[in-house]
Design a protein around this ligand. Structure first.
Ligand SMILES: [Zn+2]
Length: 335
């Protein structure tokens, strides 16, 4: 009996060393890469570039969107949302460990909106805060929303999202701010109802259908347009961003359901938004596609402005964040 005690003690010591070694591995950049997340001091956005070099790039997302600093984009063509109004055959909701991803079995796509190609819809997902004063990734005119919805599309000619991620402008994301409301947003409710089944990471559930068009604001003619990146690793700089100026609503009760979920690192899945990234000279277009009489008049004036020398306030309106000047024609068609 007595002779066994030192062996037991020795075994325990080895076990302690092994556990410590495993902990060190997880804390290293390589480990953080596998378990990237949103915890500031361990696996959060500031640690991403170590394992995902593109996250340290110069054309990253999200950014602060400011109407007065955006280049005014003239009305060229409205978005066409193909099959956005159809009821999908089935719809799956997934806790990815970083977000809630919704994948309808549908055949939806996007053209127009100053995009030059057709983009195939693939999934939408959410970003949200632990509290109602944070959660959105982009800010619009200095406002942070309690959440943001992203509808992800890939350019048709690339055939898949995976391939599109290798090409400039291969991906088009529609960003929709989620604005706090006292009433539940009933259009979101089938998703909310499914969350209880996916509280743990990698869980999936089938839910009642939602209509894609209901995930967009009524007014889809006013938006910001710029070129950026995925806001999560690997942060590929291939995204044509459209962020609508109008929001869809969400209630605190509904946000609370998102906040109950568990992230892949075992922490509560909350505050899954990336901090604002610098524009680094990129152009942001502020597009207004509504063709009312006053807008047509102002468009005519703007076109004159392009061929003559802009003066005073007009000149100011064609400067971007870094003071670089653009002509409004640059926001006409995105190619
Ligand atoms: Zn996103």
């Amino acid at each position: 009996m007595e002779g066994k005690r030192p062996i037991k003690y020795f075994t325990m010591k080895i076990l302690v060393v092994v556990v410590m070694a495993a902990t060190v591995t997880l804390a290293s950049p390589r480990g953080a890469g596998k378990l990237w997340g949103y915890q500031r001091n361990t696996n959060g956005p500031l640690t991403w570039p170590a394992a995902f070099p593109k996250c340290g790039g110069s054309r990253q997302s999200p950014v602060a969107l400011v109407s007065d600093e955006a280049v005014p984009g003239p009305p060229v063509e409205h978005f066409t949302f193909h099959n956005y109004n159809l009821v999908p055959l089935s719809i799956k909701v997934t806790n990815t460990g970083h977000s809630v991803k919704v994948t309808p079995m549908s055949d939806a796509s996007l053209t127009g909106g100053n995009l030059t190609d057709r983009y195939i819809f693939t999934q939408f997902h959410f970003h949200w805060g632990a509290t109602n004063n944070q959660g959105s990734e982009h800010t619009v005119d200095g406002v942070t929303f309690p959440g943001e919805l992203h509808l992800v599309h890939y350019r048709e000619r690339h055939g898949s999202l995976g391939e599109a991620l290798r090409h400039s402008r291969g991906v088009a994301v529609l960003g929709v701010p989620l604005e706090l409301s006292l009433q539940d947003n009933l259009n979101l409710q089938p998703i909310i109802d499914g969350l209880a089944q996916i509280s743990k990471p990698q869980k999936t559930a089938m839910i009642s259908p939602v209509i894609l068009r209901d995930m967009l604001p009524d007014n889809v003619d006013d938006f910001f347009r710029y070129e950026g990146s995925l806001t999560t690793p690997p942060c590929s700089e291939v995204v044509v961003w459209t962020v609508f100026k109008d929001a869809i609503s969400i209630s605190n009760t509904q946000l609370q359901e998102f906040r109950q979920l568990v992230a892949s690192d075992g922490t509560p899945l909350q505050d899954n938004f990336r901090t604002l990234q610098p524009l680094n000279g990129r152009r942001v277009c502020g597009v207004v596609l509504r063709l009312d009489a006053s807008h047509v008049t102002s468009l005519a004036r703007r076109q004159v402005t392009v061929v003559t020398q802009p003066t005073g306030d007009q000149r100011k309106a064609t400067r971007d964040h870094s003071g670089r000047e653009f002509t409004e024609l640059e926001c006409y068609v995105y190619h």
